[in-house]
Design a protein around this ligand. Structure first.
Ligand code: HEC
Length: 113
């Protein structure tokens, strides 16, 4: 199962190297990461990231937390809690991009509408 997921991720990654955007992630990859944010992160943090099993990831909730500590949480998860580590499936650059979306309040698909 993980092999299949890894194979899909790899092919998605190599496809996405075609049209690389200014910040280094292709438009296609950004769309994929947005849907990951909504569906995977959203399954715990709420579809609109207002919180659920995991805490709210909206800017007001993250204010006062350092960007580095948020990056660290997404990379390695929080041992002893439901927050899983994402480093096995996301690149450093992708984790950076996701945390920047959260801090900008541009994380949930619906929040930009
Ligand atoms: C299986 C459930 C689950 C999933 C999936 C999940 N999280 Fe979490 N997350 C949590 C929990 C629970 C916490 C709170 C951990 C604690 O109590 O310290 C947390 C904490 C966090 C924090 C720290 C928030 C703070 O206020 O310090 C960030 C940032 C975060 N998650 C981002 C993400 C992102 C980005 C994703 C998707 C790539 C994600 N999470 C997916 C459960 C989850």
């Amino acid at each position: 199962m993980w092999r299949m997921i890894a194979a899909c991720m790899l092919s998605a990654l190599s496809l996405s190297s075609v049209g690389v955007a200014a910040d280094g992630l292709s438009a296609e990859r950004q769309v994929e990461l947005r849907s990951l944010l909504q569906q995977d992160c959203g399954s715990c943090h709420g579809l609109t990231l207002k919180g659920g099993l995991g805490p709210s990831l909206l800017p007001a909730a993250l204010a006062g937390k350092s960007r580095e500590s948020l990056l660290e949480t997404v990379r390695n998860g929080r041992p002893g809690t439901a927050m899983p580590p994402w480093r096995p499936i996301l690149s450093e650059q992708e984790i950076d991009w996701l945390v920047d979306r959260l801090l900008a309040g541009d994380g949930a698909l619906h929040s930009t509408e």
